[in-house]
Design a protein around this ligand. Structure first.
Ligand code: ADP
Length: 505
């Protein structure tokens, strides 16, 4: 098989941590590559496929799916690779949400969800995925991990490394069943080198449990939409957003969405235009008018009791009002099927399934995410948008994208939507992402996460001082996984043997 064709040879579903350890030990004996997934959606980044064809995919979430704890006082939960209400199939962020509802906990604790409610809490968080409440940086909000190391040993990080005092009822339990230290999910760092990062976007171990902080119900909520009429309003808007986000007047992870992202979630390209080539400025203006949206649309939310929300809204509204033609909406001001009504749920941690309709923008739609990080600066945003828009056009594809605003940076998510049955478009989509990676690196921008096919290329751009980052990762990889059995090639980190065999793409 070609080395860029990603196919598993088999799938195994361990029933418990001991199974994971047994599989890992066996894989070591025969030097066989394993590829752990939780649910395996990983949408836009390669799905459930392994980087090395023929790997055994370990479907961690199939059986390791328990809610281990929801702690109201400490506002955290502990989950296995997938979080499932016993007896349910379909194991997602949705289930965590349903669990809170079923146990009358939602009035106390909120979860944070990504755009699509169908992924796994653990998978998304270890991949450093984002959501849109104030707890939108999932990795920032994790606290305490349990990991099966490549040699089969079980490790708990942070305060989890400190044993819970022995009690008669726990003294004979296997390590994986022992209670966590009482501060394991309230203080992330423990003592000594902080190694949690080694188990995110990585191939250094298989995560079997994860602590996540949950947001206390803020006691009031209001989502809103601010429409920006012109394409280059992006510049001014981003400069307005920066101080508001830094001083937390913008409390959540808001998004600045290009008109076509909203349009594509509401209808296919043919429902707006008979063109097959990329839409023009005029076409986009027409669509914006038709949907009563801006060329850019800013979705945010206010959290807290009414007087707090009122104060924040005055600040935010006042700051944006300097942009000519800007308009402000609450969900009830918009049509029944509006994106604001979907975001209204997402930004309060209610899972939704509406947004992936983007994919149907073209017939037989499939998508790839290109996700560079940028400063929260109008100039940088315009430059990054300009480069990606131009390259999309050269590839014959529409620019569909959004900026999600973190504390001090933006994830610019460009959704490369293409017809997967059209070999020409497939080729162009590949050309596009590869070209954009190089273009962005030349401007000092790197991606936060990526598809299997371009992991090597992206790791190759993180090459400061003769690639010291990758070299360090490779040393660790060989040390902890000498047989190279866990997810070889994940994030461009390869065991020596695979480097010698020329596996890098
Ligand atoms: P989701 O279904 O939420 O999109 P996935 O289950 O597809 O997430 O996981 C995304 C990626 O995260 C996987 O391809 C894998 O590299 C990594 N991953 C997921 N679960 C684990 C785990 N338990 N241990 C180590 N890595 C994992």
């Amino acid at each position: 098989m070609e080395r860029d064709y990603f196919l598993a040879s088999a799938i195994v579903s361990p029933r418990n941590v001991a199974d994971v350890q047994a599989i890992v030990r066996l894989a070591n004996e025969i030097s066989f590559p394993l590829w752990p997934i939780s649910i395996g959606r990983n949408s836009g980044y390669g799905g459930a496929a392994p980087r090395v064809s023929g790997s055994i995919v370990m479907s961690m979430g199939r059986n390791l799916n328990k809610v281990l704890e929801v702690n109201v006082e400490g506002a955290y939960c502990v989950v296995e690779p997938e979080f499932l209400i016993v007896g349910h199939e379909g194991v997602t962020f949705q289930d965590l949400y349903d669990y809170l509802l079923a146990n009358n906990l939602r009035d106390q604790l909120w979860i944070d969800v990504p755009d699509h409610g169908g992924g796994s809490v653990l998978g998304n968080s270890t991949e450093r995925g984002v959501g849109y409440t104030p707890y939108g940086d999932h990795w920032m909000m994790h606290c305490g991990m349990e990991v099966v190391l490549p040699n089969g040993e079980l490790l708990r990080t942070g305060m989890g490394a400190l044993p819970d005092p022995k009690r008669p009822e726990t003294v004979n339990l296997d390590p994986e069943d022992q209670p966590w230290n009482k501060t394991a999910h309230t203080f992330p760092y423990g003592f000594g080198p902080y190694i949690d990062g080694l188990f995110s976007q990585s191939n250094m171990g298989i995560v079997t449990k994860l602590g996540m902080w949950l947001m206390p119900n803020p006691g009031g909520y209001q989502s809103y939409l601010i429409t920006l009429p012109k394409d280059d309003d992006l510049k001014q808007a981003v400069d307005i957003i920066r101080p508001l986000r830094l001083n937390m007047a913008l409390q959540n992870v808001p998004t600045i969405r290009h008109i076509l992202l909203d349009a594509a979630a509401l209808g296919s390209k043919t429902s707006y235009s008979s063109k097959t080539e990329p839409l023009s400025n005029d076409d986009l203006n027409k669509i914006a008018k038709q949907l009563n949206l801006g060329r850019w649309n800013f979705y945010g939310a206010l959290y807290g009791p009414e007087q707090i929300r009122k104060g924040l809204w005055e600040t935010i509204k006042g700051a944006f009002s300097v942009i000519p033609g800007v308009k402000f909406y609450f969900p009830e001001d918009t049509p029944k099927n509006s994106i604001l009504r979907v975001r209204d749920k997402t930004m309060q941690g209610i899972p939704t399934y509406d947004e992936l309709k983007w994919i149907d923008w073209v017939p037989n739609g499939a998508h790839l995410f290109f996700s560079p990080i940028g400063k929260v600066s109008g100039e940088d945003a315009m430059l990054q948008y300009g480069i990606t828009k131009k390259r999309c056009k050269e590839a014959g594809l529409d620019f569909i994208g959004t900026f999600t605003v973190g504390m001090r940076e933006m994830h610019h998510i460009v959704d490369i939507v293409f017809n997967k049955k059209d070999p020409e478009q497939r080729k162009k989509a590949q050309w596009l992402i590869r070209t954009l990676i190089d273009d962005c690196a030349a401007n000092g921008w790197g991606e936060y996460r990526t598809h299997l096919a371009v992991m090597d290329q992206i790791m190759g751009t993180y090459n400061w001082n003769n690639g010291s980052l990758l070299k360090f990762n490779e040393v660790i990889k060989d040390a902890v996984d000498p047989n190279g059995i866990i997810a070889p090639g994940k994030s461009g980190v390869w065991p020596t043997r695979y480097i010698q065999e020329g596996w890098k793409l």
